[in-house]
Design a protein around this ligand. Structure first.
Ligand code: TYM
Length: 333
């Protein structure tokens, strides 16, 4: 059976190593598989759930598209488009919101984490964000969704919404029930400053993350300053249990070299972190710098980036406008 892949990334500032290892790297490998159609979306409607400066948002949409391409996505093999260019996403989101229980949304941990105690002042957009994400996925009959661990709950919700709709209208196969594709071992890349927090665009200090557009010097400086401990590297993963920063750096190395954690531990057993950090910087630079060089080249080529997005829009719209029309017909419009 043909696989249909859909995933999205928010254009909210520089993408980082967590986005790359948790998601974008997988986007590229799906693109290169046979019998697989891939759609990757710059989810700019999701981005406005927090305050955005208009000209910065415009830049970030192009920058995220450039990062997709620089990371190896090919706009002729995959569909690359921006969410706000297709009305079906917003329309479907409204409709699906009518089949989503508040109780389901109240369970979403990402919303709870983002708003903290200040729930009354959070926007409705932030609250119903997962319904828009479900619409993105369901409009394209997606079979598989490559994402990082933090999106797992949103995928479960998507499945619940799809099943509820199919049942309610007795249309067993109208919405395809999508499978999340989450890397087992390294699905959550953590902050370089706190191994208990995920690497994120929103953490204040830039030293907490490797951005995909960092220079070689910035990368080695950030790795030098990354938090570790004074113990040597153990031979067994069990001994990393209460050492989240150490575990994170070793995970990043393993993921970038495409090897198991055990192999990395065998390679560095008994060594101290200052020695390991040199190898880690080298591998990050080897993998990430070609991407940042390419982003740099593409960044100012607005006409190319805009053309990629408008071609993508045309292709994606053909699929999603049909789906939303059928959806409306089922509902009775
Ligand atoms: P976003 O923009 O926050 O992140 C994009 C992708 O990067 C992954 N990711 C990470 N993976 C590992 N470690 C980390 N520290 C890390 N930080 C981010 C995310 O899991 C994600 O896969 N809601 C989504 C965007 C979205 C979407 C969709 C995804 C909208 N519609 C439809 C899939 C399908 C988000 O905010 O991702």
């Amino acid at each position: 059976m043909e696989k249909k892949i859909f995933s999205g990334v928010q254009p909210t500032g520089n993408l980082h190593l967590g986005n790359y290892l948790g998601a974008i790297q997988n986007f590229v490998s799906f693109q290169n598989q046979e019998n697989t159609k891939c759609i990757y979306c710059v989810v700019d409607l999701h981005a406005v759930t927090i305050k955005q400066d208009p000209s910065e948002l415009k830049n970030n949409i192009r920058e995220t598209t450039a990062t997709f391409i620089a990371s190896g996505l090919n706009h002729e093999k995959s569909i690359l488009f921006k969410q706000s260019s297709i009305a079906a996403h917003s329309e479907c989101s409204w409709l699906l919101g009518c089949y989503t229980k508040m109780g389901w949304l109240n369970r979403m941990t990402q919303f709870k984490e983002k708003v903290g105690k200040d729930k009354e002042r959070a926007s409705i957009g932030l609250y119903i964000y997962p319904v828009l994400m479900a619409s993105d996925i369901l409009l394209y009959d997606t079979t598989h969704v490559p994402v990082g661990e933090d999106q797992k709950q949103h995928l479960e919700l998507t499945r619940d919404i799809a099943q509820k709709f199919n049942q309610e209208y007795n249309k067993k196969n109208f919405f395809t029930i999508p499978e999340p594709i989450i890397q087992n071992e390294f699905a959550r890349i953590m902050s370089l400053k706190d191994g208990k927090k995920k690497m994120s665009k929103s953490e204040l200090t830039d030293l907490s993350r490797i951005n995909l557009n960092d220079t070689r010097d910035q990368i080695s400086n950030k790795i030098k300053k990354a938090k570790t401990d004074s113990l040597p590297i153990p031979s067994d993963r069990k001994n990393l249990k209460n050492r989240p920063e150490a575990e994170n750096l070793l995970s990043i190395f393993s993921s970038l070299t495409n090897q198991s954690m055990q192999k990395t531990l065998n390679q560095f057993e008994g060594k101290n972190f200052s020695e390991f950090k040199t190898s880690l910087s080298e591998i990050i630079i080897e993998k990430i710098s070609p991407i940042s060089d390419e982003i740099e080249k593409l960044r100012n080529d607005h006409s190319f980036i805009d053309k990629v997005l408008s071609d993508g829009k045309e292709k994606a719209e053909k699929i999603s406008s049909k789906k939303v029309a059928k959806l409306k017909e089922i509902i009775g419009f």
